[in-house]
Design a protein around this ligand. Structure first.
Ligand SMILES: O=C(O)CCC(=O)C(=O)O
Ligand SMILES: [Fe+2]
Length: 207
């Protein structure tokens, strides 16, 4: 079989947490491929710093983002209504590789660009109604590693942290979104820029 820079590595581990299903593939893309994808996405993406509302007040998100997907994959969160950009060839390739690997289909992806240690994402669950009751979310990380923190919504003692390194893939499924929240905190010391891609399946609204 022909091997290429973008061949994916299937070795991974199931992370056992109560009320969550997490599968982690630390080297889904080898570092050379991950670096290439990261450079490409950093330059080719029409990054935006979105304004959202928190407790009714307007705030700029502490990171840049972009939303891609099939035309029907519209997404609403934190008062933002996102219409998808058209898939680029590279994003389509990544999507296909993840679909083949997981056996799940995705019709959209949220890209987040953490420029430095000051960029972050607050506690949340990806539990919007358009994702359905037990969404499968595939999270690919490129560039500098950042810590991904999880906390149980109802049992304060249950917490978990995992470093999402360059080229790694984390699949969240089952009850993860209904029972846990996750976040990327600011870091105290400088860290490399990071791009995260969360592939999702939006269920189109019935009209
Ligand atoms: O950057 C990450 O690893 C987390 C992204 C995330 O939680 C999201 O896009 O909903
Ligand atoms: Fe999330």
């Amino acid at each position: 079989m022909q091997t290429s820079l973008f061949d994916t590595e299937q070795a991974g581990e199931r992370i056992t947490l109560e009320d969550a299903t997490l599968d982690f593939y630390p080297e889904f893309y080898a570092s050379a491929a991950a670096n290439q994808l990261s450079d490409h996405l950093q330059n080719a993406t029409p990054w935006r710093q979105e304004q959202i509302r928190i407790a009714g007040l307007p705030r700029l998100q502490p990171r840049l983002s972009a939303w891609y997907g099939d035309t029907e994959a519209e997404y609403t969160y934190s008062g933002l209504h996102l219409k998808p950009l058209e898939w680029s060839e590279e994003l389509r390739h990544i999507k296909q590789a993840i679909e083949q690997h997981t056996g799940h289909q995705f019709n959209s992806v949220l890209l987040n660009y953490y420029r430095d240690q000051e960029d972050s994402m607050g506690w949340h669950s990806d539990d919007e109604p358009e994702l359905g009751p037990q969404p499968v979310i595939a999270s690919l990380s490129l560039g500098g590693a950042r810590e991904f923190a999880l906390k149980h919504k109802f049992r304060k003692e249950l917490r978990y942290k995992i470093a999402l390194c360059n080229g790694s893939l984390l699949i969240m499924s089952g009850d993860t979104q209904s029972h846990w929240q996750h976040a990327i905190a600011k870091e105290k010391s400088p860290c490399q820029a990071r791009i995260n891609l969360t592939f999702r399946q939006i269920i189109a609204k019935q009209s």
